[in-house]
Design a protein around this ligand. Sequence first.
Ligand code: PMP
Length: 408
Amino acid sequence: MHHRGAVRSSRRHGSTVVGGHRAYSTRCNAKKPGKAVAASAPAAYRGGAQQHPVGLPTAAAATARAPGRPQDVLGHAPGPVLPDFESTLQVGETPVLDLSHLSRNPAVKILAKCEFANPTGSIKDRMVQFVLKRAEAEGKLQAGGTIVAATSGNTGASVAMLAAMNGYNYKVITNAKCSAEKVNIMSAFGGEVVVGPSGVPADHPDHYQNMAITMCDADPSFYDLDQYSNPLNPESYYHTLGPEIWANTDGHVTHFVAGGSTGGTMSGTGRYLKDQNPEVQCVMADPEGSVFYDYFKNKVPEEELIAGSYLVEGVGKDSIPGAMDFGVVDGILQVADADSFETCLEVAKTTGVLIGGSSGLNVHGAAVLSGKIEEGVIVTVLPDSGFKYLSKIYNPEWRNKQVNVTAR
Ligand code: PMP
């Protein structure tokens, strides 16, 4: 099988670059009102309300100029002295949840980065912010332009948010597997959401990735985020999630567990952690039915891979993306849908947090791994929020019909 996803790899962005040690701030905005912003930062990302590419007044200026409000000699409206508050939510610097109660070995800790704490409720805010910033800096994304992205739902939400905040149009293409919640979040910011069929082969013209290619071929002015092949995707995690995990654990992380779709999370984070300590082991959790397991474990050639179907969203794949670097992967674990969803319910009951299906998959993978090693600190990610799957994972009717998982 020669699918267009593979054809596309040949017109990718040069070599895969995961590396470089330039410090990168994950903050969406300057922390303090009035804080100086680096002149080199692209205007659109200089900080939400303070600098806006479409020329909206800054928050401070708007307050100062508000008609009818008394002003002091400096032009400030008097009022209570308050602490500095953020004018937007930050991307990254997510909290860590201790899930060691799910470990099968008391000598193994399980820690999880709460990526649902990002503004659109997923890990993808990190990647999309990083890629768009670079696209602007390199002149690939022009003011008022249109961003196109093929997505299982989360990348589309991040594109929608950042496009809306920075004056771009967006067109995101997903497929029918995408939860209604994720489709609604993508459209909430005012752009176009195309929902293609699910279950079509990777080389089919109606496969959501190929629909994005066709759309961009038809209008070369569109900026294609191209997350499945864009080397900036893994690079974004190399500069954000990797350093955070290293700092959060004081360098004591021994294992990193994550599922893959584009492979950006695993490739970039894994590479960073291994650059700090080559002993760190990276283990992929893969849904039963994804092609990664056969490709990595059974060495099935790319063109012979056959994808099955599974219910967990946003993770696993039907082809091998260019952004996925199997060079960082040390092991792979297959996870059944029922185990992913049962873990979601277990985490809900024991921590009070509603996590997404791929988070359940990752945590289950981490729990299985904990039973196979003597000691260590396993770090995994909770890529998105359970709020995105209320109609599915957390709906007993859907669950019973689909996987027969009941809350314990
Ligand atoms: N979980 C969810 C919910 C996702 O949306 C994604 C990305 N599609 C992933 C996991 C996998 O992340 P990556 O694309 O970086 O491999």
